[in-house]
Design a protein around this ligand. Structure first.
Ligand SMILES: NC(=O)c1ccc[n+]([C@@H]2O[C@H](COP(=O)([O-])OP(=O)(O)OC[C@H]3O[C@@H](n4cnc5c(N)ncnc54)[C@H](OP(=O)(O)O)[C@@H]3O)[C@@H](O)[C@H]2O)c1
Length: 258
């Protein structure tokens, strides 16, 4: 059986990846900070699907946490065939309202961890001539908004560049860019989301299905759902400055409230 390692596996999109991959008969390594939640989830997935589910408690905003997960990915005796870099969080309010420490933690989880874990996994996968990496970004990557969007833009650009270099090696990389998904994300960031129209919400299981389908098709960037494909297609046609103004106005009117 192939083993998949999922970061941020205990909630939201990561939990949906873990469920779907267990159903597809992957053995799992589940990563997050809350070890108790990880153990509960591992037991449930094992009991329901008969797969092996190991837990790896790690804070990806710390050196020790990133190093522990990178070590697991480089362990040639227990190969990982699919890595899902999903762990992440948002910060509410304008960027100067967040502390520099919070901003740096976000960069560590969204960028440094994604870089180091992708490198650890892809190196081992290239030796075997096969494997996949899904880096969970966001449509915010295309919208020129906030430090969150900037960190996710890095995820998209990095994934595209690494995918280009690894073409022909058997290792596939995908940046998964969802819009609003119903998870713990907004509550944890202290954002109110009651003004976001119902049609903008996506279901985590469907986002995961779309991402894995696009990975299998050899795509490098995946924007799940026709609604967001149309929105992002239109966004690409606008000049950057106009797009920034438009998304700020729409964000103030409909977006998460702080
Ligand atoms: N929800 C959305 O609307 C949306 C849209 C686009 C993209 N995304 C992206 O999707 C990804 C998953 O978010 P979600 O919506 O599923 O959020 P979520 O429900 O809050 O889940 C976040 C997961 O990440 C883990 N995590 C957070 N900080 C961590 C850290 N420092 N080290 C290790 N694990 C950490 C959490 O577990 P612990 O707290 O136990 O560590 C949890 O398992 C994120 O990268 C997010 O940016 C979300």
């Amino acid at each position: 059986m192939t083993t998949a390692l999922v970061t941020g596996a205990t909630s939201g999109i990561g939990a949906a990846f873990a469920r779907r991959l267990a159903r597809d008969r992957y053995d799992l390594v589940l990563v997050a900070r809350d070890r108790e939640a990880l153990r509960r989830q591992a037991t449930e997935l094992h009991d329901r699907h008969g797969v092996e589910a190991a837990v790896l408690g790690a804070d990806l905003a710390t050196e020790e946490g990133i190093a522990a997960v990178a070590d697991r990915l480089q362990d040639r005796s227990q190969p990982v065939g699919l890595l899902v870099n999903n762990a992440g969080f948002g910060l509410s309010g304008p960027y100067l309202d967040a502390s520099v420490a919070e901003e740096l933690a976000m960069l560590r989880v969204h960028c440094e961890a994604v870089l180091r874990l992708t490198s650890a996994a892809a190196g081992a996968m290239r030796e075997r001539g096969r494997g996949g990496v899904v880096n969970v970004a966001s449509v915010a990557a295309f919208l020129n908004r906030g430090t969150y969007g900037a960190s996710k833009a890095w995820v998209v650009r990095f994934t595209e560049a690494a995918a280009r270099e690894l073409r022909g090696s058997g290792v596939r990389l995908l940046a998964l860019c969802p819009g609003f998904v119903r998870t713990e994300f907004h509550r944890r960031a202290g954002m109110r989301v009651d003004r976001i129209p119902g049609w903008m919400w996506l279901d985590a299981d469907r986002v995961v299905d779309a991402g894995l389908r696009d990975l299998a098709r050899g795509r490098t960037v995946s924007v799940p759902d026709a609604r967001y494909k149309i929105l992002m297609g239109a966004a690409r046609l606008l000049p950057r400055a106009a797009l920034g103004g438009l998304t700020s106005r729409a964000g103030r009117r409909f977006g998460p409230q702080h």
